[in-house]
Design a protein around this ligand. Structure first.
Ligand code: OAD
Length: 280
């Protein structure tokens, strides 16, 4: 596995593994880049990123939904379709393995994600979602969550559950017809945090506590442009944590101590293998 990395990167991975085994509390923040190797587009990568093809103002704000709920709903149904057959890549699997290992040794390893996909969970990790869930809906008016029922035969089901899509294989069609709340009649929207909206309080508290109390903070596959998530590295740094970044491209994150400049799917399996070797 190390053989796939450049000699410089191998040395950096070994140093990073040495650093990590000497520390107790690890906090990890992931972004769209960790799911890129599963075939899910990021937001800001040139040409392939969603925000290079679509305007966030038209699709990911409350004002956009109020103006044109049909357009916004259709776009999220299209995204569900896009993600429905995607599976975890070696980066997700490596993190899950590391978290499981750390748990057995009673070492806290908190994974926080900005991603709305469920690939971390599919790989077996326990994760805090800062930006919501692609597979969940809620009422735009009364806030009632609409999830749970798995009606795989009804493409018009209020739940756009991933399992219902998988059960009917890739042919599943995510109906673009707008849905109404069974309680108050308001339009159903995806349970995703849009620009200008607050993060879920509990998830943010978990993230902030983990960042403030960690020995090492690892930022993986995020452009570090969207706050408050991007501020977690600064919170960790203020509390004397070492900051590691895994990203093939530079970011504006100025508090980074160690950069592993390569794809997460290449670096993380090698890093976790090194850590396991050092611990056994
Ligand atoms: P971005 O699209 O802003 O950034 C993705 C980052 O992943 C970039 O820095 C890439 O260089 C990096 N990257 C690409 N491929 C990678 C790979 N294989 N391994 C590691 N890194 C890779 O995505 P986020 O930072 O997650 O908000 O964006 C933050 C938020 O902005 C998202 O959660 C979303 C978006 O608007 C909501 O949906 C609310």
């Amino acid at each position: 596995m190390l053989a796939e990395l450049s000699s410089e990167l191998i040395v950096e991975v070994q140093h990073t593994a040495n650093l990590l085994v000497s520390k107790q509390r690890i906090c990890i923040l992931t972004g769209a880049g960790i799911s890129a190797e599963s075939g899910i587009p990021t937001f800001r990568d040139k040409q392939t990123g969603l925000w290079s093809q679509y305007r966030a103002e038209d699709l990911a704000t409350c004002a956009a939904f109020a103006r044109d709920p049909q357009l916004v709903w259709s776009w999220y149904q299209w995204r569900r379709q896009l993600v429905s057959d995607k599976t975890p890549n070696p980066a997700h699997h490596a993190l899950a393995q590391w978290q499981q290992h750390a748990g057995l040794k009673n070492q806290p390893l908190t994974i926080i994600t900005q991603n709305v996909d469920d690939l971390h969970e599919q790989a077996g990790s326990t994760v805090t979602h800062l930006h919501g869930h692609l597979w969940r809906n809620r009422c735009s008016q009364c806030g009632m969550l609409h999830n749970g029922a798995n009606n795989k035969n009804s493409s018009n089901s209020i739940t756009s559950n991933r399992n219902s899509a998988n059960n009917s294989a890739t042919a599943h069609h995510y109906n673009e017809e707008l849905l109404n709340c069974t309680d108050c009649g308001g339009y159903i929207r995806p349970d995703i945090v849009w620009f200008g909206e607050s993060l879920p309080i509990e998830a943010w508290q978990t993230a902030e506590n983990a960042a403030a109390n960690c020995d090492v903070f690892i930022s993986i596959g995020t452009s570090s442009l969207v706050y408050p998530a991007a501020g977690l590295a600064q919170i960790a740094k203020q509390n004397d944590a070492k900051i590691i970044e895994i990203n093939p491209n530079p970011t504006p994150n100025t508090v980074v101590d160690v950069t592993l400049a390569a794809n997460a799917g290449m670096v993380l399996p090698a890093l976790v293998k090194q850590i396991s070797g050092l611990l056994s």
